[in-house]
Design a protein around this ligand. Structure first.
Ligand SMILES: [Zn+2]
Length: 294
């Protein structure tokens, strides 16, 4: 069933687990992720990133995502990932997305607040939930978010979210979820990330209870640190890069074993199976040993 973020994240925080949010830029990934969620008996957030729109326009993949969500036996939220320009966000709403990340984190604080306040008021009237970002998350060299990379343990500390500012932002805008920075980055990590778990705790304690804490850059973080972040109040974890790369590596071996002699529909089915199993392992970490409310 198609849902927004509100209930699934509330239930997740109360239940001590997190909901995975995975990019689905093609049909193979979309099927794999929704089927993995059904098999794992967990709600799921599927998202289309504005940076993936050159691969497939939202008007083509968006309606498929909504259709899969409606037919799924678990709650599925169809979410826009890092919508940074207003026209694009409007396109997502027109496609029937139930949730929007309107990311103005690159703008000055007051501009981010003013825009998100107006947008959230409008979105809530449509039954659409809103995620924002505070503190600009760095990207690694080969990430598609395109800020040029440059991630190191030292540079990333400058981007960490201030708990008091997160609280003020959430109160003034009324957003449902806030992506905060405490040690993760987008893309493939150059060195293993080290999360500032105390900061997650401080952010959770400072923020209004009905605004959920979101961790981006979840792929590439070891399971123990992910679980520690969930235990301190993270209820949505964005995940994609490592799954996509692992699938390519797997398919390289698959095709090599066959000297490239395979029907593409069979190869594509193999990619689906691989990603579904990979997603199930990831979702098991996010479940944190708990039973999800469906
Ligand atoms: Zn992100």
């Amino acid at each position: 069933m198609l849902v927004n973020l509100e209930k699934i994240l509330k239930d997740a925080e109360a239940g001590g687990y997190a909901i995975g949010c995975i990019n689905t830029p093609n049909m193979t990934t979309l099927r794999a992720v929704v089927d993995a969620a059904e098999e794992m008996q967990t709600p799921i957030i599927i998202d289309h990133a504005q940076v993936h729109d050159p691969l497939i326009p939202i008007e083509l993949i968006g309606p498929k995502m909504v259709e899969y969500a409606k037919q799924a036996s678990v709650p599925v939220c169809v979410h826009l990932d890092h919508g940074s320009d207003y026209n694009f966000v409007m396109r997502a709403l027109r496609c029937g997305f139930s949730s929007i990340m309107y990311d103005l984190s690159a703008k000055p604080f007051e501009e981010n607040v003013e825009n998100l306040k107006v947008f959230t008021e409008m979105a809530h009237k449509l039954g659409v939930t809103v995620e924002a970002e505070l503190g600009v998350m760095t990207s690694t060299e080969d990430d598609t978010h395109g800020d040029g990379g440059g991630w190191t343990h030292e540079t990333i500390k400058k981007t960490f979210t201030d708990p008091a500012q997160a609280a003020e932002f959430a109160q003034r805008t009324g957003v449902d979820a806030l992506a905060v920075c405490f040690g993760t980055a987008h893309g493939i990590y150059a060195e293993p990330p080290v999360l500032d778990i105390e900061r997650v705790k401080a952010i959770r304690e400072a923020m209004p209870k009905d605004c959920r804490v979101v961790m981006h850059g979840g792929s590439g973080v070891d399971a123990d640190q992910v679980r520690a972040a969930i235990n301190e109040g993270v209820s949505k974890v964005n995940y994609y890069s490592y799954m996509a790369k692992a699938c390519s590596k797997h398919m390289y071996e698959y095709l090599k074993d066959r000297d490239g002699n395979a029907y593409w529909h069979e190869a594509d089915e193999e990619a689906y199976r691989f990603m579904k199993e990979y997603a199930k392992e990831v979702l098991a970490v996010f479940k944190n040993g708990k039973t999800c409310t469906l």
